[in-house]
Design a protein around this ligand. Structure first.
Ligand code: AKG
Length: 265
Protein backbone atom coordinates (compact mmCIF):
# COMPACT_ATOMS: atom_id res chain seq x y z
CA UNK A 1 0.00 0.00 0.00
CA UNK A 2 1.34 3.44 -0.82
CA UNK A 3 1.77 5.57 2.31
CA UNK A 4 2.49 8.80 0.43
CA UNK A 5 0.77 11.79 2.04
CA UNK A 6 -0.40 9.75 5.05
CA UNK A 7 0.00 10.96 8.61
CA UNK A 8 1.13 8.00 10.75
CA UNK A 9 1.74 9.16 14.34
CA UNK A 10 4.00 7.28 16.76
CA UNK A 11 1.89 4.98 18.93
CA UNK A 12 1.87 5.06 22.73
CA UNK A 13 3.41 1.59 22.75
CA UNK A 14 6.23 2.66 20.42
CA UNK A 15 6.92 5.68 22.65
CA UNK A 16 7.00 3.48 25.75
CA UNK A 17 9.40 0.96 24.17
CA UNK A 18 11.64 3.68 22.69
CA UNK A 19 11.92 5.39 26.06
CA UNK A 20 12.65 2.23 28.03
CA UNK A 21 15.04 0.61 25.52
CA UNK A 22 16.43 3.48 23.43
CA UNK A 23 15.35 1.81 20.17
CA UNK A 24 12.33 0.38 18.36
CA UNK A 25 11.88 -1.92 15.38
CA UNK A 26 8.83 -1.31 13.19
CA UNK A 27 8.36 -4.27 10.85
CA UNK A 28 7.22 -4.30 7.20
CA UNK A 29 7.04 -0.58 6.55
CA UNK A 30 7.98 -0.58 2.85
CA UNK A 31 6.12 -2.30 0.03
CA UNK A 32 7.85 -5.17 -1.78
CA UNK A 33 8.46 -2.96 -4.83
CA UNK A 34 9.89 -0.11 -2.77
CA UNK A 35 12.19 -2.50 -0.90
CA UNK A 36 13.44 -4.14 -4.09
CA UNK A 37 14.15 -0.94 -5.98
CA UNK A 38 15.95 0.65 -3.01
CA UNK A 39 17.99 -2.51 -2.35
CA UNK A 40 18.99 -2.61 -6.03
CA UNK A 41 20.01 1.05 -5.82
CA UNK A 42 22.36 0.26 -2.91
CA UNK A 43 23.83 -2.75 -4.72
CA UNK A 44 24.26 -0.69 -7.92
CA UNK A 45 25.95 2.10 -5.94
CA UNK A 46 28.53 -0.44 -4.88
CA UNK A 47 28.97 -2.33 -8.16
CA UNK A 48 27.87 -0.09 -11.05
CA UNK A 49 27.86 3.47 -9.76
CA UNK A 50 28.93 4.82 -13.16
CA UNK A 51 25.58 3.70 -14.61
CA UNK A 52 23.65 5.85 -12.13
CA UNK A 53 22.84 9.53 -12.72
CA UNK A 54 25.56 11.41 -10.75
CA UNK A 55 22.89 13.25 -8.74
CA UNK A 56 21.44 9.91 -7.64
CA UNK A 57 24.76 8.39 -6.53
CA UNK A 58 23.87 8.77 -2.85
CA UNK A 59 22.22 6.55 -0.27
CA UNK A 60 19.60 9.27 0.22
CA UNK A 61 18.88 9.78 -3.49
CA UNK A 62 17.25 7.91 -6.36
CA UNK A 63 14.59 5.48 -5.14
CA UNK A 64 16.02 5.77 -1.59
CA UNK A 65 14.94 9.43 -1.41
CA UNK A 66 11.48 8.39 -0.16
CA UNK A 67 12.99 6.97 3.03
CA UNK A 68 14.07 10.42 4.21
CA UNK A 69 10.54 11.46 5.16
CA UNK A 70 8.65 8.21 5.03
CA UNK A 71 5.41 8.83 7.00
CA UNK A 72 6.28 6.15 9.58
CA UNK A 73 9.64 7.81 10.29
CA UNK A 74 8.16 11.32 10.25
CA UNK A 75 5.51 10.22 12.79
CA UNK A 76 8.23 9.05 15.18
CA UNK A 77 10.76 11.86 14.60
CA UNK A 78 8.12 14.52 15.21
CA UNK A 79 7.62 13.00 18.67
CA UNK A 80 11.24 12.41 19.64
CA UNK A 81 13.08 15.29 17.88
CA UNK A 82 10.89 18.22 16.86
CA UNK A 83 7.41 19.04 15.53
CA UNK A 84 7.10 20.56 12.06
CA UNK A 85 7.90 24.27 11.96
CA UNK A 86 4.85 24.73 9.73
CA UNK A 87 2.97 22.77 7.03
CA UNK A 88 5.89 23.21 4.62
CA UNK A 89 8.91 22.67 6.88
CA UNK A 90 9.98 19.78 9.10
CA UNK A 91 11.23 20.56 12.60
CA UNK A 92 13.99 17.91 12.58
CA UNK A 93 16.84 17.68 10.06
CA UNK A 94 18.69 14.89 8.29
CA UNK A 95 22.45 15.09 8.73
CA UNK A 96 24.08 11.88 7.54
CA UNK A 97 23.36 8.79 5.43
CA UNK A 98 25.35 5.68 4.58
CA UNK A 99 24.70 2.10 3.55
CA UNK A 100 25.91 -1.31 4.65
CA UNK A 101 26.35 -4.35 2.46
CA UNK A 102 27.66 -6.97 4.87
CA UNK A 103 28.45 -10.50 3.71
CA UNK A 104 28.68 -13.56 5.94
CA UNK A 105 31.52 -13.20 8.44
CA UNK A 106 31.82 -9.40 8.20
CA UNK A 107 31.49 -7.41 11.42
CA UNK A 108 30.71 -3.76 12.18
CA UNK A 109 31.82 -1.51 15.01
CA UNK A 110 32.10 -2.85 18.55
CA UNK A 111 29.66 -1.49 21.18
CA UNK A 112 29.73 2.31 21.26
CA UNK A 113 27.34 5.19 21.89
CA UNK A 114 27.23 8.86 22.68
CA UNK A 115 25.92 9.17 26.24
CA UNK A 116 26.03 12.94 25.77
CA UNK A 117 24.66 15.41 28.29
CA UNK A 118 24.38 18.31 25.85
CA UNK A 119 22.03 18.87 22.91
CA UNK A 120 22.83 15.49 21.31
CA UNK A 121 21.87 13.70 24.52
CA UNK A 122 18.70 11.78 25.40
CA UNK A 123 16.26 13.26 27.90
CA UNK A 124 12.60 13.32 28.78
CA UNK A 125 11.14 16.62 29.92
CA UNK A 126 7.47 17.37 30.62
CA UNK A 127 6.21 14.18 28.98
CA UNK A 128 8.25 14.68 25.83
CA UNK A 129 11.21 12.69 24.52
CA UNK A 130 14.25 14.57 23.22
CA UNK A 131 16.18 11.77 21.57
CA UNK A 132 19.25 13.79 20.52
CA UNK A 133 21.29 12.30 17.71
CA UNK A 134 18.98 9.69 16.19
CA UNK A 135 19.65 6.92 13.65
CA UNK A 136 17.08 5.33 11.33
CA UNK A 137 18.11 1.95 9.92
CA UNK A 138 16.27 0.53 6.91
CA UNK A 139 16.73 -3.23 6.54
CA UNK A 140 16.38 -4.05 2.85
CA UNK A 141 16.88 -7.81 3.20
CA UNK A 142 15.25 -10.06 5.79
CA UNK A 143 16.96 -10.28 9.16
CA UNK A 144 16.40 -13.71 10.67
CA UNK A 145 17.06 -14.71 14.28
CA UNK A 146 20.81 -15.26 14.63
CA UNK A 147 21.74 -13.30 11.47
CA UNK A 148 23.33 -10.45 13.46
CA UNK A 149 22.21 -6.95 12.46
CA UNK A 150 22.62 -3.90 14.73
CA UNK A 151 22.53 -4.84 18.42
CA UNK A 152 21.88 -2.67 21.47
CA UNK A 153 22.50 -2.60 25.19
CA UNK A 154 18.98 -1.46 25.90
CA UNK A 155 18.58 1.29 28.48
CA UNK A 156 22.13 2.65 28.17
CA UNK A 157 20.75 5.89 26.71
CA UNK A 158 19.89 6.72 30.34
CA UNK A 159 22.79 5.02 32.11
CA UNK A 160 24.32 6.71 35.13
CA UNK A 161 27.66 4.91 35.32
CA UNK A 162 30.37 4.18 32.73
CA UNK A 163 29.95 1.12 30.59
CA UNK A 164 32.10 -1.66 32.09
CA UNK A 165 34.95 -2.70 29.77
CA UNK A 166 33.53 -6.21 29.37
CA UNK A 167 30.42 -4.75 27.70
CA UNK A 168 32.42 -2.83 25.09
CA UNK A 169 33.01 -6.07 23.18
CA UNK A 170 30.81 -7.84 20.62
CA UNK A 171 30.36 -10.80 22.98
CA UNK A 172 28.67 -8.76 25.71
CA UNK A 173 25.69 -10.83 26.90
CA UNK A 174 23.77 -7.57 27.36
CA UNK A 175 23.58 -6.94 23.60
CA UNK A 176 20.14 -7.61 22.16
CA UNK A 177 19.03 -7.38 18.58
CA UNK A 178 16.00 -7.81 16.31
CA UNK A 179 14.78 -9.91 13.44
CA UNK A 180 12.41 -8.48 10.84
CA UNK A 181 11.20 -8.83 7.26
CA UNK A 182 12.86 -6.87 4.45
CA UNK A 183 11.49 -3.33 4.33
CA UNK A 184 11.45 -2.82 8.11
CA UNK A 185 12.83 0.16 10.00
CA UNK A 186 14.76 0.43 13.27
CA UNK A 187 15.00 3.79 15.03
CA UNK A 188 17.46 4.40 17.86
CA UNK A 189 18.99 7.23 19.82
CA UNK A 190 22.76 7.19 19.27
CA UNK A 191 22.98 7.52 23.06
CA UNK A 192 22.13 3.82 23.31
CA UNK A 193 25.21 1.61 23.20
CA UNK A 194 25.05 -0.22 19.88
CA UNK A 195 27.20 -2.45 17.70
CA UNK A 196 27.35 -3.92 14.21
CA UNK A 197 27.24 -7.66 14.79
CA UNK A 198 28.88 -10.33 12.61
CA UNK A 199 26.56 -11.17 9.74
CA UNK A 200 25.79 -14.90 9.70
CA UNK A 201 23.27 -15.54 6.95
CA UNK A 202 24.21 -18.17 4.38
CA UNK A 203 21.48 -17.05 2.02
CA UNK A 204 21.88 -13.29 1.65
CA UNK A 205 23.94 -10.21 2.58
CA UNK A 206 22.77 -7.63 5.03
CA UNK A 207 21.74 -4.62 2.96
CA UNK A 208 20.77 -1.56 4.98
CA UNK A 209 20.60 2.23 4.78
CA UNK A 210 21.39 4.20 7.93
CA UNK A 211 20.11 7.78 7.97
CA UNK A 212 20.86 10.14 10.84
CA UNK A 213 18.65 12.97 12.14
CA UNK A 214 18.85 15.66 14.76
CA UNK A 215 16.71 18.43 16.21
CA UNK A 216 16.58 21.60 14.10
CA UNK A 217 19.15 23.60 16.04
CA UNK A 218 21.93 21.05 16.50
CA UNK A 219 24.33 19.34 14.12
CA UNK A 220 26.80 16.53 14.70
CA UNK A 221 27.87 15.38 11.21
CA UNK A 222 29.33 17.58 8.52
CA UNK A 223 27.05 16.84 5.61
CA UNK A 224 29.15 17.71 2.50
CA UNK A 225 26.10 17.16 0.28
CA UNK A 226 25.96 19.03 -3.06
CA UNK A 227 23.06 21.48 -3.38
CA UNK A 228 22.04 19.90 -6.71
CA UNK A 229 21.26 16.59 -4.95
CA UNK A 230 18.84 18.27 -2.54
CA UNK A 231 17.41 20.49 -5.31
CA UNK A 232 15.98 17.33 -6.96
CA UNK A 233 13.78 16.64 -3.93
CA UNK A 234 10.22 17.88 -3.28
CA UNK A 235 10.19 21.21 -1.34
CA UNK A 236 9.24 19.89 2.10
CA UNK A 237 11.84 17.10 1.90
CA UNK A 238 14.47 19.74 1.04
CA UNK A 239 13.84 21.43 4.39
CA UNK A 240 15.53 18.42 6.07
CA UNK A 241 18.78 19.95 4.80
CA UNK A 242 18.29 23.57 5.81
CA UNK A 243 20.88 25.52 7.80
CA UNK A 244 21.15 25.22 11.57
CA UNK A 245 19.79 28.51 12.93
CA UNK A 246 16.47 29.72 14.29
CA UNK A 247 15.72 33.28 13.18
CA UNK A 248 17.22 35.98 10.95
CA UNK A 249 16.38 39.21 12.76
CA UNK A 250 18.10 41.37 10.12
CA UNK A 251 15.71 40.18 7.43
CA UNK A 252 12.80 39.29 9.77
CA UNK A 253 12.88 35.70 8.56
CA UNK A 254 12.37 32.47 10.53
CA UNK A 255 14.33 29.42 9.37
CA UNK A 256 11.50 27.48 7.77
CA UNK A 257 12.83 27.12 4.22
CA UNK A 258 15.61 25.55 2.19
CA UNK A 259 17.67 27.35 -0.45
CA UNK A 260 21.18 27.19 -1.88
CA UNK A 261 22.20 29.88 0.64
CA UNK A 262 20.40 28.15 3.50
CA UNK A 263 21.84 24.66 3.42
CA UNK A 264 23.48 22.84 6.32
CA UNK A 265 27.21 22.51 5.75
O1 AKG B 1 26.84 -1.70 11.75
C1 AKG B 1 25.77 -1.56 12.35
O2 AKG B 1 24.85 -2.37 12.24
C2 AKG B 1 25.57 -0.41 13.29
C3 AKG B 1 26.03 0.90 12.73
C4 AKG B 1 26.64 1.76 13.78
O3 AKG B 1 27.36 1.30 14.60
C5 AKG B 1 26.35 3.19 13.85
O4 AKG B 1 25.48 3.68 13.14
O5 AKG B 1 26.98 3.90 14.67
Amino acid sequence: MSTEGLDIPMTDEQRFIFDIKGWICIPSVLTKNETESIRQHIVDLKNNAELIDPLDRYTLAGPAQILLDHPVVVGVLREILDNDRNDDCYGFRCENSFSIIRTKGQTGLSPHGGHWHGPHGYRVYRDRIYSGLTRVVWELNPVQPGDGATAFISGTHKMNFSLPEIHTQHDSPLLETYSCPAGSVVIFTENTTHAGMTWNSDTHDRVAILNCYNAGLVQYHKMNLPYSVVAKMPPKRQTLFRGVWQHDFTNQKPNNFFSQENMAL
